[in-house]
Every structure is written in C-alpha cells, then in structure tokens.
Design a protein around this ligand. Structure first.
Ligand SMILES: Cc1cc2nc3c(=O)[nH]c(=O)nc-3n(C[C@H](O)[C@H](O)[C@H](O)COP(=O)(O)OP(=O)(O)OC[C@H]3O[C@@H](n4cnc5c(N)ncnc54)[C@H](O)[C@@H]3O)c2cc1C
Length: 415
C-alpha cells in the first residue's frame, strides 16, 4: 500500500488526485481462515492488526454486520485517560494510552491524538477523597496524574463557574497526557494497516451462528455463507450476549444505550476535557468547534442506538450550573450506542467455555481509550492460546471466583 506523506499530497495535487488507492480492500470471504474475528469496531480491528503485526498470523477475517467503525467506536466522545484505581486497570489503560501517543506514525494514518489533558472534577467531599486516593494509586502505578485546586481548575478552564450553588468545584484530578483522538480515524487507521498486512475485512455480513464440534469452535455461519476457522474472537461490545448465546455460554453483561450530543460549532472556548461525574456530564470541544457532550445511560436494557429527549434535558441541566455559557447553545446532533456493562465495570478478555473461542467485551462506557491496549492483549492471548500478562486479570472466571476488579465507584462510572 502506498504511504501517506506530504510528498504524496503534493504528487496527487499535481495529477488531480487520481492516484489515491482505496484505504482497505473489500474482498469476497474465503471458505476458511485460521482466525475469524466478529466485529469491526476499534477492538476487533486492533486485534486483527496486532495478530498480523506482532504474531505473524495473517490468515484472518474480520466480519462486520454493518460498516466498520459504525458501532460504539464511531459513536463515542473519544476521551482517553488511564487514571484508574486498580493496578490491573491502570496497566492496560496506560499501555493503550502509550500506544496512542505513537499510533499515527505506526499506522501511517493521522488519528488526531490530542493529549490536551483530562480534568475530573471533584464536586463533593466524597469525590475529592476518592480522587486523592486514585492520585496516590496512580503515583505507585507510574501513571502521571496530579490534584488541582479550584483556582488551578479556573485558570485552565476560564468558562467554568467553580462556585456553583449546589456543586461547587472542590478540586480536580488532572491527567496532562490524557485527551482525545478522532474515533473514525482510529478504526480507519487500524483497518487500513490490517488490510495491508493481508487481513480480509468483510463488511455488511452478519454472523448468525457459531459452529462447534467436540467442545471446539469450527467456524461461523454468516449471511454470506459458512466460514470455518481454527480460532474465533468475539469482539462485538453491546451484542456480546447475543454472540455468546450462539456459542452456548452466558455472560455477566447488560446491554444499554449510552447517549451523547454535540452543540452547534462555536469559537474555541475550552482546550481540555472536563468530566463532572457527580452531576454526570462531560464536555470537550472538537476541532470543528462543536461542544461534545456525553450524558448518561438508559435506565433499562435495550438495543436502540437513538437519543431521547429526557437525556438531553438531564445532561444539559447538570452541566449548565458548572458551564453557564452553554445555556443558549443549539444542539446539532444526538445519538446512542449500545454499551456492554459488567458488574465491576471492568472488561472481560480471554478464553471462553468453548475451545478456540475468545472474547473481548465489557468495556461499557469507557472502551475507546483502551482500543490499542485491548487489541494488543487479545492478539497475544489468541496467538498463544493463553491470556497474556495484561489480559490475565480480566478473565471470565473472575465472576465465578468473586475476584472483581472494581472500578464502579472510583473511576469507572464515566468515560
Ligand atoms: C455515547 C458513548 C460515549 C462514549 N464515550 C467514551 C469515551 O469518551 N471514552 C471511551 O474510552 N469510551 C467511550 N465509550 C465507549 C466506547 O465507545 C466503547 O467501549 C468502544 O468503542 C467499544 O468498541 P468495540 O470495538 O468493542 O465495539 P463497537 O465499536 O461497537 O464494534 C462492535 C461491532 O460488532 C458488530 N457486530 C455486532 N454483532 C455482530 C454480528 N452478529 N455479526 C457481525 N458483526 C457484528 C457491530 O456492528 C459493531 O460494528 C462511549 C460509548 C458511547 C456509546
């Protein structure tokens, strides 16, 4: 595949952009692959890329029922951070954040990683104590975070009202190298690089069944025929329960719609990411000028990918006290994505009860930030057949053993 470069842009400018190649191939599915991955979201594509690049396994199909990156990967608010409480979480999220730093160069695709800093506001005494605890844990884990005073918060975000009547800002946990990236570009970059290494990305093809023999996976049934494989990776986020049922096991996962919205574009007014977890709203400004605003999850299980009026009201009402400036903005778009929630708000990565079948799910409301680390870990696990160091704590068996990696209170409540 031809490299993207400043020279290539100049060359194409002189020949009316006639020489650009398609970013990835669209091959017909073969009858058989060594590895099949279901789901061409960021996690599935990253897994395929690292299987090919790190482990030399190139006979891979990634099967996607819609278009690649059209699930949660293309619907999220793109916050990247690694300031989690538990050591296991910090390890995989920090691995991912580190990979994000060099990903544009590695993939030869501008994923627009912007380490502008992530600020998690403490708006109750309880939250402030919680963030002090995470800050201490991060120091031991080697994750660079610091506590900010309300005055430091105000100087970084002048549009913020820190003396709000109900929830004044008492401080914040700050990760300077956290930030955002362009979500579509992450999917597209991995797809292009994986395709270049020989991975077949098969879009508009739904997996409708999983075949097995003697407790071992043998392949998948799809809307374009049967495909056999030696190893299968299920990486379908909100639809993990559906695929698990096809494979004959159950998952401790609930699927709910998580919503977000963007405002009309305005002049630059905020150059960091702010998360206000007490009132549950978070905010950043996109390169186009839109305020990207994340809201809550629906209070009931569902598979809709739509927005709803009460979420707009709740989310914006919560944020206006801290950001009065947004009260007169118009909303441009609103949407939902189906997130896969576990009880301890940590992911599931590893083997399943079906031999040769691996799973990566449970990232819930916060799996965009982990895409490179998760793909890295699942690829290593699938290549060797045993969980690698990063994946090992996140095995499915932890729910039977009661060995939770509890991120529900401290840091996993939001994104
Ligand atoms: C509104 C919202 C805001 C969020 N904000 C953040 C954030 O700020 N930061 C953060 O880190 N995370 C955030 N997240 C979470 C993050 O988006 C997800 O954890 C992550 O994108 C999951 O990626 P994935 O590749 O596992 O899933 P997806 O991107 O959903 O990909 C799964 C794919 O599987 C396909 N599929 C499903 N069933 C089948 C089938 N039977 N056959 C074939 N294909 C199938 C789907 O079509 C889909 O494309 C947010 C999520 C939402 C919805």
């Amino acid at each position: 595949m031809r490299k993207y470069s400043a020279f290539a842009i100049a060359r194409e400018a002189f020949r009316h952009h006639s020489g650009w190649q398609r970013a990835w191939r669209s091959p017909e599915p073969k009858k058989s692959y060594q590895v099949v991955i279901v789901g061409a979201g960021g996690h599935g594509l990253a897994t395929a890329y690292y299987l090919a690049k790190n482990h030399g396994i190139r006979d891979i199909a990634v099967i996607e029922k819609g278009w690649l990156g059209g699930g949660n990967t293309g619907r999220n608010t793109t916050i990247i951070r690694s300031n989690y409480l538990q050591d296991e979480s910090a390890a995989i999220y920090e691995k991912a954040r580190g990979l994000y730093e060099g990903l544009s160069a590695e993939l030869n695709y501008n994923i627009m990683f912007s380490p502008r800093g992530v600020m998690m506001l403490a708006q109750t005494e309880h939250e402030l104590r919680g963030y002090h605890r995470i800050n201490q844990a991060n120091a031991i884990q080697g994750v660079a975070t610091e506590m900010l005073t309300p005055e430091q918060v105000k100087s970084k975000v002048p549009i913020m009202e820190i003396n709000g009547p109900r929830y004044p800002v008492l401080g914040a946990l700050w990760q300077a190298r956290g930030g955002t990236a362009r979500h579509d570009a992450v999917a597209w970059g991995y797809a292009r690089a994986a395709s270049d290494l020989g991975v077949d990305i098969i879009q508009q093809t739904e997996v409708t069944g999983i075949t097995q023999s003697g407790g071992q996976v043998t392949g998948v049934q799809t809307t374009r025929g049967d495909i056999s494989c030696k190893k299968l990776g299920i990486v379908v986020a909100g639809h993990s329960g559906v695929l698990a049922e096809m494979a004959g096991f159950r998952l401790p996962i609930e699927s709910v719609s998580l919503q977000a919205l963007v405002s009309e574009p305005i002049k630059p007014c905020i150059d960091v990411v702010v998360m206000a977890n007490t009132v549950h709203g978070y905010l950043s400004q996109s390169d186009k000028g839109e305020l990207v605003i994340g809201g809550g999850a629906d209070g009931y299980n569902n598979y809709t990918q739509r927005g709803s009026f009460h979420h707009v009201e709740e989310t914006v009402r919560a944020l206006i006290e801290t950001f009065p400036i947004i009260s007169r903005l118009k909303q441009l778009r609103q949407w939902g994505g189906i997130v896969d929630m576990t009880g301890d708000r940590s992911p599931i990565i590893g083997k399943t009860p079906l031999g040769g079948c691996f799973i990566n799910c449970g990232w819930g409301t916060g799996g965009f930030k982990s895409i490179p680390g998760s793909g890295w870990a699942l690829a290593a696990t699938m290549a060797s057949g045993e969980p690698d160091e990063l994946a090992a704590p996140f095995g499915l068996e932890r729910f039977a053993e009661g060995r939770f990696i509890d991120e529900s209170v401290a840091a996993g409540v939001a994104h």
